[in-house]
Design a protein around this ligand. Structure first.
Ligand code: PXL
Length: 275
C-alpha cells in the first residue's frame, strides 16, 4: 500500500488535527506523512491568546523536494488550513502527484459559525479545493457555508433536505459528499453520503450521546480516511468512523475537566478490533 498524506495544522495542545490524525491513521496500519499548515499553541475553540504561525511558505518547498525524490502517495486527506491560499498549493500538489484518493474535510466551522480567525475567504478556498475531491466530508455548518445557504439546526431539516444538500455539494465538483452530524431525531446521530457517479446514497447512524466535543470531526475524518486507505467500502468506512467517534465521546463524557478534546487514545484498541 502506498503511503498516505495528511495536510492540516499542528495544534500543540488540544487533541485535534495532526495530533489526532497521525496516531489514528498509524494505529490503523497505514503509513502517514504530514504537511503541517500552521503551528498553534492550542486549537482556537476555547483557549484564549493562542499563538499562530502560518507555514504557507514551506508547503511548495516541501512538495518540490518530494518531487525530486520521486515520492508517491496513495491518498491525501486535508483538514484545517493556515490560510486560504494554501488551497491553491494543495491543488498543485494534487495535479502533480495525482494521489488515487483525495479526501477533503473542509474544516472551517461548527454549530452554524466559522471558527475564530476565518472569514468568507476560507469558504471560497474550501469550495475550490472540493472540485478536486473524491470525497468531501463537511459537517452541516460547513456544507451550508459552502452552498451559501442558511444553517439549519436539528429539527429544522429532514431526509429530503439532506439528500438535496448532498447533491448540491457534489455539484461543486466532488465525486462523493458525506455530511456528518446529521440528526433526524433526538436518539441517533450519523453520516449520510451520496456518490454522484452511481447515484447511490449510503448512511450510518448510531447512538446520539448528550455531549458535543471539540475534535470529534477530526477523529471521524482520520478514521474514515484510514479505513478508505485500507480498501474498506464507503459504508464500512462510515460505520467504523462513526463508532470510533461515539466511543471517544463515551470515554470523555464523565470528565468535565476534559472540555477541549476527546480521549481517542483509550479507544485505539477498540478501533483496531473493528478493522
Ligand atoms: O478540530 C478542528 C480544528 C482544527 N484546528 C484548529 C482548530 C479547530 C477547531 O476549532 O481551532 C486550529
Amino acid at each position: 500500500m502506498k503511503r498516505a498524506l495528511t495536510i492540516q495544522d499542528i495544534s500543540c495542545v488540544g487533541q485535534c488535527s495532526i495530533t489526532v490524525a497521525l496516531p489514528i491513521i498509524s494505529a490503523m496500519g497505514v503509513e502517514c506523512a504530514i504537511i503541517p499548515t500552521a503551528v498553534l499553541s492550542t486549537h482556537t475553540g476555547g483557549f484564549k491568546g493562542f499563538t499562530f504561525h502560518d507555514l504557507s511558505e514551506d508547503i511548495p518547498k516541501i512538495t518540490s523536494h518530494w518531487k525530486k525524490e520521486n515520492l508517491e502517495f496513495g491518498g491525501v486527506y486535508t483538514g484545517y488550513l493556515g490560510s486560504p491560499e494554501q488551497a491553491l498549493m494543495i491543488e498543485d500538489f494534487i495535479n502533480e502527484f495525482k494521489p488515487p484518493l483525495v479526501f477533503i474535510d473542509p474544516v472551517m466551522g461548527d454549530q452554524g459559525k466559522l471558527y475564530t480567525g476565518f472569514d468568507h475567504r476560507i469558504v471560497d478556498a474550501m469550495v475550490r479545493l472540493s472540485k478536486n475531491a473524491d470525497i468531501i466530508v463537511p459537517n452541516l455548518t460547513e456544507a451550508t457555508f459552502m452552498l451559501g445557504e442558511e444553517f439549519k439546526k436539528p429539527g429544522e431539516y429532514d431526509e429530503k433536505y439532506i439528500k438535496e444538500t448532498l447533491q448540491k455539494l457534489c455539484g461543486l465538483g466532488a465525486k462523493t459528499a458525506a455530511v456528518t452530524g446529521v440528526m433526524y431525531d433526538g436518539k441517533t446521530q450519523g453520516v449520510v453520503g451520496y456518490n454522484s457517479v452511481t447515484g447511490e446514497y449510503t448512511e450510518y447512524f448510531s447512538e446520539n450521546l448528550p455531549l458535543s466535543c471539540h475534535g470529534t470531526g477530526d477523529v471521524f475524518s482520520s478514521t474514515m480516511f484510514g479505513a478508505l486507505m485500507l480498501g474498506k467500502t464507503l459504508y464500512e468506512s462510515m460505520k467504523i468512523a462513526v463508532e470510533n467517534t461515539v466511543n471517544c465521546i463515551r470515554h470523555t463524557m464523565d470528565d468535565k475537566d476534559h472540555w477541549y478534546g476527546v480521549k481517542f487514545e483509550e479507544c485505539i484498541p477498540d478501533l483496531v478490533k473493528m478493522l
